[in-house]
Design a protein around this ligand. Structure first.
Ligand code: HEC
Length: 184
């Protein structure tokens, strides 16, 4: 009888050790990509929020927002509404045979190949898994153009950690200059 009780105790204590470990504070970000899907058709469906030519890397960075994200035009309208999705696309710039970047008729670099997509999405209750790096209700992921991950959800805590520096007053979004920002 005593032996049997102890066996029960042992199993109970074993479970007690295992269960909280599964919900530790350092738990990784959500294990599936379903919380942030690949943003199909973003070049047509989303609005361009920012376009930057990066001379040092010969790259073009374009920040796109879906309608919810694009609805924010000045800092006074923050925070971003739920269902906001922001995509930061990095492309190589088109170069001529001498390796010189080619410009379009507005004097901007012309895009060659898309290299990667940084995506952040805001939904009610998102972001909790980042613990001390939590940036409001945003979660992050980075896609390759072929829809695979460059940074999978479980490695995306680094994204949150740096966006924390954009600050709560900007809802953790850098996005360069927002109207009435004072030109930052
Ligand atoms: C070392 C700091 C740092 C890290 C790490 C970082 N970001 Fe950013 N992110 C920035 C900065 C700074 C900008 C603004 C760039 C600009 O506008 O030229 C930015 C811009 C963005 C934007 C466009 C919206 C905005 O905030 O301006 C998205 C989307 C984004 N990052 C997602 C990600 C994702 C996803 C990851 C992780 C894979 C990530 N970031 C990692 C600093 C960081």
């Amino acid at each position: 009888m005593i032996r049997r009780l102890c066996a029960v105790c042992w199993i109970a204590s074993f479970l007690a050790v295992l269960l909280p470990a599964g919900q530790s504070q350092n738990a990784p970000a959500p294990p599936t990509g379903e919380r942030i899907a690949f943003p199909e058709g973003y070049p047509e469906k989303y609005q361009v929020l920012r376009l930057v030519d990066k001379a040092d890397k010969k790259q073009v960075v374009t920040v796109y927002g879906n309608d919810a994200a694009a609805s924010i035009k000045s800092t006074s309208q923050l925070p971003y509404p739920y269902s906001s999705i922001i995509v930061m696309e990095t492309s190589s710039a088109l170069t001529d045979s001498q390796g010189k970047v080619m410009l379009d008729d507005k004097g901007h670099y012309r895009k060659d190949k898309v290299l990667g997509l940084h995506v952040m999405r805001k939904e009610r209750g998102f972001g909790q898994v980042y613990g001390q790096n939590r940036t409001g209700e945003w979660e992050y992921v980075e896609f390759r153009p072929d829809r695979g991950y460059l940074t999978p959800p479980e490695k995306s805590s680094v994204c949150a950690e740096c966006h924390l520096k954009a600050g709560r007053q900007r809802d953790f979004v850098y996005r360069g200059r927002l109207h009435s920002d004072g030109g930052n």
